[in-house]
Design a protein around this ligand. Sequence first.
Ligand code: GTP
Ligand code: MG
Length: 183
Amino acid sequence: GLKKKEVNVLCLGLENSGKTTIINQLKPIIVCLSAFCLCVLQTQTQDIVPTIGFNIEQFKSSSLSFTVFDMSGQSRYRNLWEHYYKESHAIIFVIDSGDKLRMVVAKEELDTLLNHQDICSRRMPVLLFANKSDLREAMSSVKVSQLLCLENIKDKPWHICASNAVKGEGLQEGVDWLQDHIR
Ligand code: GTP
Ligand code: MG
């Protein structure tokens, strides 16, 4: 069959925003049924723990094969992020939309990222998830995009989706957008 084009995606955002939960949802659950058995070959994991350093994961969309660098958002590991900018074709930036207090920190990290020499000159797509939309105190994706001043991003295609990573809601819309905007 046709071999899918391979792309590298960097998944960034503050700790506890839900990056690993999102990537875990995008990984396949393969069920195979034979005459003798039903086997469920699962690459999704049940318990998600804070990421140490980073993890490399893979998933596919209809036309692309994604290799995702799921980075730790803890401040002591954020200096690792920039080492992977050059080889990435797109960025997924995850925000906890219930965490009003740390929205300024998320904005600082996003601004630092977008101004980095390996990012600022490139037209790479940036997909943002306003995650944890299920929380009572969650801000809308419109509110999050205002607080992050996303309208100032002029030189890159960007898109923000509300998501609930625990239930997997909103993720497919994001991946579809990413697939359409990766060159
Ligand atoms: P680091 O690896 O430390 O950078 O964190 P992370 O961004 O990978 O966050 P992780 O996926 O580990 O999720 C942190 C916590 O948030 C976990 O307890 C998740 O179950 C929870 N969580 C993730 N997404 C959602 C969501 O959409 N809604 C709610 N209510 N909880 C979520
Ligand atoms: Mg993680």
